[in-house]
Design a protein around this ligand. Sequence first.
Ligand code: GLU
Length: 449
Amino acid sequence: MTVRLSEKLEFIYQDILKRNPGEQEFHQAVREVLETIGPVLVKYPELAEQKIIERICEPERQIIFRVPWMDDKGEIHINRAFRVQFNSALGPYKGGMRFHPSVYLGIIKFLGFEQIFKNALTGMPIGGGKGGSDFDPKGRSDAEIMRFCQSLMTELYRHLGEYTDVPAGDIGVGGREVGYLFGQYKRLTNRYESGILTGKGIHYGGSRARTEATGYGAVFFAEEMLKVRQDSLEGKIGLVSGSGNVAIYAIEKCQQLGAKVVACSDSSGVIYDEQGIDLALLKEIKEVRRERLSAYAQARPQARFTKEGNIWQVPCDFALPCATQNELNGKDAQTLVNNGCKLISEGANMPCTPEAIRIFLEAKVAYGPGKAANAGGVATSALEMQQNASRDSWSFNHTEQRLHEIMRNIHKDCYETAAEFGDPGNYVVGANICGFLKVSRAMLSMGLI
Ligand code: GLU
């Protein structure tokens, strides 16, 4: 049940399949963009003549390297790490590092590809890139995490720079890891270059509100989608999958705006708490104790923990997928629609499968794709770069206001672009076309690059 592509786009897609074998997630991300940009090529034929799509789909540079490290028992481990520097038409490569056993080149390329358009949508001067490793941080001590980060940076440092490539966090990489990475960069180069990494601690050059930004941003985007429908989050019941940084701060912002989030999850299972998630407890378990979610139910007897449960079966008014790619399939989407869910805003990258997206769009659910809805994280990273460049440090309120303004603008751009290209209310079309045009125009101006 896929959308047919024009002959030209199908040809490009087939070539991408051939040139990037086995990289399923990358194929999925590319196809989603190709399915929506047909009308752009009709309006601007020079983009096809100049082979902008073919150029955008080929990373500018891909780095793959070995990361050897020693565990606490003295055993040696070898991991593989990646940095895909995808597109620098709008600024230095920007995008997080992901540490997860599922990481391989196809995952990093899908993330890097999406990052190009996401970063363009923020309106900030940042290109698109992504990196990561198949390292599994689960159960590792602080000392092991530190040794791994130091070994990874011992290779990565030569590829970074304030004007070249600026990594940050993603799944498995938070403040602790960014700290270890920054410390090693500083030792290797003998330079205090704040601008080479974002997501730093606020006591050494990080930005206030960066930790909160992705989750807050996804909720601000949801609020904007509801506003055009003369509705709001006040009094609504929501689900937030995941329980990492994005999920925690999405729940926080939902609560501040008067909604009740009744469920969240991790890879071990789902928590259902009819009275609303106890945020202080969730933070304590996940941020301080770094424990599994089952500990939540132990501390709060009215909450129910379902091992390996499916969060999307819980009835709700809105859902924020904030865990990982392809976590919500067609069947889940149908269940959500049948249960009356009216809004999806993606805190994670590509959490809904293509079939799920089709079901949401057909049912006229307000569907905010990750490229737009979760851009608040990287946008605030760009604000961190701005503070670092001017050796300044802004207040939480000021930074949050800037984030809010950026999310409102992204929503407006996507909404208006969808209408302009004949598909009002379709934020997939709006986000893809708007992001694509911003990058394409810059590339066209720079000649054959
Ligand atoms: N990993 C985040 C994302 O998917 C943030 C990237 C950044 O801050 O550079 O956008």
